[in-house]
Design a protein around this ligand. Structure first.
Ligand code: GLN
Length: 288
């Protein structure tokens, strides 16, 4: 068949129907350097050997659960074009809910007169997605972000520069290397159980960004435990968690003394982001 000798955009799309159409289209746009409108209006365009080799390699990678974002080297998050690679977790659309909630929390706090700027911290920032989205929305807030991995910090730093959104980066295992206090602290920590069957589809991404001990709750617990030492009075903590961890997250927040606890569902209807406000004074905090 002529089609087999010289595949076209349309025949190539048909040939790989088992993969998500949107991913195939993004791959085509990237390799052919064209718009989606062009794909739709030129389905008969034939694919040159070089483009085809690259596309077939990508299809093979997609079948092995390599995220498309690692192949193209970019992922959009909160309307920002982020560079990503194997060093960082690919930012998920559901995580925009955490950003939304963090921005609401920032609306609810105000820096007491004379004490300086509002401060926010993104724990385990990875590509910098959450911190940069917040920086994009609130130029008046000092955004800090940390990660335990120097590789992640390099990616976050590059994204911060490329987007012209300044954030202060710290090399830190959760709060270990942090000595400031914040009005809002956010985190999308690892929260998947090491036995979770979903992990087989996530094998290309850093395991340290995905898996947590204690049924996926260990890192959420340690963040909730330590956060009050780093929150300004009346500050908020907002956390992303697994679809079945909303109850545990609220319980841990309540036990630690957080108030105004709430949860929001993701685009798939699962509980995904929980938060609380801390208004007590921690004995070991020196104010003033
Ligand atoms: N939400 C991601 C997923 O299930 C996991 C992110 C995380 O562990 N923080 O694909």
């Amino acid at each position: 068949m002529a089609e087999q000798q010289q595949p076209t955009i349309a025949s190539w799309l048909r040939q790989h129907e088992s993969l998500a159409r949107i991913e195939l289209e993004v791959a085509l746009c990237h390799v052919l350097t064209c718009s989606r409108a062009h794909l739709l209006s030129h389905p008969e365009q034939s694919l040159e050997r070089q483009a085809l080799d690259q596309l077939d390699h990508w299809v093979d990678q997609l079948h092995h659960h390599v995220p498309l974002a690692y192949l193209t080297g970019e992922q959009e998050f909160w309307g920002l074009a982020l560079s990503v690679d194997e060093r960082v977790l690919v930012p998920r659309p559901d995580t925009e809910i955490l950003v939304e909630r963090a921005l609401e929390c920032l609306q609810e706090v105000s820096a007491p007169a004379g004490t300086g700027d509002l401060m926010a911290l993104d724990l385990g920032t990875g590509s910098g997605a959450i911190a940069l989205a917040m920086a994009h929305e609130r130029r008046d807030v000092r955004i800090h972000a940390c990660d335990v991995s120097t590789d992640c910090l390099a990616v976050a730093e590059a994204n911060s520069r490329a987007l012209g959104l300044p954030i202060t980066l710290h090399l830190s295992d959760w709060f270990e290397g942090i000595d400031q206090h914040f009005h809002v602290i956010v985190a999308n920590p690892p929260y998947i159980d090491s036995e979770d069957p979903h992990l087989s589809r996530l094998q290309a991404e850093p395991r340290s960004a995905l898996i947590a001990r204690d049924r996926g709750l260990a890192d959420l617990r340690s963040i909730i435990e330590q956060a009050p030492h780093h929150l300004a009075h009346g500050g908020w903590l907002a956390l992303e968690h697994g679809y079945d961890q909303g109850h545990s997250a609220r319980e841990m927040l309540a036990r630690r003394g957080f108030e105004q606890i709430g949860t929001r569902r993701d685009l798939g209807g699962n509980e995904r982001v929980s938060w609380g406000q801390f208004t007590q004074y921690e004995a070991d905090l020196s104010y003033g």
